[in-house]
Ligand binder design. Structure first.
Ligand code: NDP
Length: 354
């Protein structure tokens, strides 16, 4: 079967492409400029996949209504991952337009020309689930929608924080996907499945020349857990104890492949979360590894005394959590541990000479 992967050069997407190829799928990846093509072809060629297995095509502007018309022809399934995720944005529509129009656009193209398409997976985010800030322990599930972020952006416009703009783009894109699916249910032969990841960490296989070019989530991990100063100097207690949820990039890629294969994943939004963290947890995990790859500089220590032993005290820190029973039932992922993700990420930095 041939699977279309949009934004195929991204952090999550290259792992999705790799797992698809390993499972025997053929892949058509889209990127937005010709310059992104050679790395992907070379990387996968080095793993033994030639152009019969992987083709990479250029879709320059995913906000154009017919952008994916050619790309969807002949494909059996679609993994739509392309969406802006960075922090230097002024006008919120720089996030919202590609997120929403890219998502609706690929569904529209599939409706018109995707004669063979059986399933479409959209990479949404826990950003479209959770509402912040929290004052007490809260468990979010697929029933929850982050309606606050779009409202904040509507009210504050450019003045809204960058993360709020990003979160709004993910909520609006996912809502638009479900609406399109419901509105066209009688005409389509495919179904929709949405994956909602929290923070994604773990080793990268996309083209990266320096830490400055890391994708947003891995860059945050690098800054908090490994980078030398000045970011190290910013490891304030508030930051070190900032709690959130995470999943390994290889597990989220696995979820994308399973969501394609498992019949029961159709029509579902699925939170795929491996665990909770504070940055101090990652730092402690890194320091406690039985052996370390040769690193260019020492690991930071943060402040291990910040994390209380007392369960009641700890509860006050990890306020946010997710009900992952649906992912368990439908996808049955065996999640990587903090140790595995940390070890493999440090090994990646070590190989890069960082
Ligand atoms: P990357 O930044 O590595 O990948 C993003 C991909 O989207 C790239 O291919 C990028 O292309 C493409 N893209 C970005 N902006 C545009 C645009 N305006 N028009 C067309 N394509 C664009 O990030 P991730 O791999 O982390 O993100 C992939 C998906 O996963 C996104 O949908 C993101 O929202 C979602 N996600 C990520 C999480 C994380 O922690 N990493 C958590 C939850 C969800 P180019 O390289 O040309 O910019």
């Amino acid at each position: 079967a041939l699977i279309l992967v949009s934004g195929a050069n991204g952090y999550i997407a290259v792992w999705v492409v790799r797992l698809l190829l390993e499972r025997g799928f053929r892949v058509r990846g889209t990127v937005r400029s010709e310059s992104k093509v050679p790395y992907l072809l070379q990387y996968f060629n080095s793993l033994g996949y030639n152009e019969d297995k992987l083709e990479v095509i250029v879709v320059p502007d995913i906000t154009k209504e017919d952008a994916f018309d050619e790309a969807v022809k002949g494909v059996d399934g679609i993994e739509h991952t392309a969406s802006p995720f960075h922090s230097n944005v002024d006008d919120p529509h720089e996030f919202i337009n590609p997120a929403v129009n890219g998502t609706v656009g690929i569904l529209k193209s599939a409706l018109k020309y995707g004669d063979r398409v059986k399933r479409i997976i959209v990479t949404s985010s826990c950003a479209s689930v959770l509402s912040l800030p929290l004052s007490k322990p809260t468990i979010f599930s697929e029933e929850n929608w982050n309606t606050g972020a779009p409202k904040e952006v509507e009210e504050q416009g450019r003045a809204a924080p960058a993360m709020t703009k990003y979160r709004a783009s993910k909520v609006l894109a996912e809502q638009a996907a479900w609406k399109f699916y419901e509105d066209h249910k009688s005409e389509i032969r495919w179904d929709l499945s949405v994956i909602n990841p929290p923070y994604v960490f773990g080793p990268a296989i996309q083209a990266i020349s320096s830490p400055d070019h890391l994708n947003t989530s891995l860059r945050q991990w690098y800054d908090a857990v490994y980078a030398p100063s000045p970011p190290a100097a910013e490891r304030t207690p508030a930051l070190l104890l900032n709690a959130n949820a995470w999943v390994d990039v290889r597990d989220i890629a696995e979820a994308h492949v399973r969501a394609l294969e498992k019949e029961a994943a159709g029509g579902e939004r699925i939170i795929v979360c491996g665990g909770l963290f504070t940055w101090q947890d990652w730092i402690n995990t890194a320091n406690a590894l039985p052996s370390h790859p040769s690193l260019a500089h020492p690991l930071p220590k943060g402040d291990p005394s910040l994390l209380p032993e007392e369960p009641k005290e700890r509860e006050k820190i990890y306020l946010l959590s997710y009900d992952v029973s649906k992912a368990q039932r439908l996808l049955d992922i065996k999640y990587k541990t903090m140790e595995e993700t940390t070890r493999d990420s440090l090994e990646y930095f070590s190989k890069k000479g960082w």
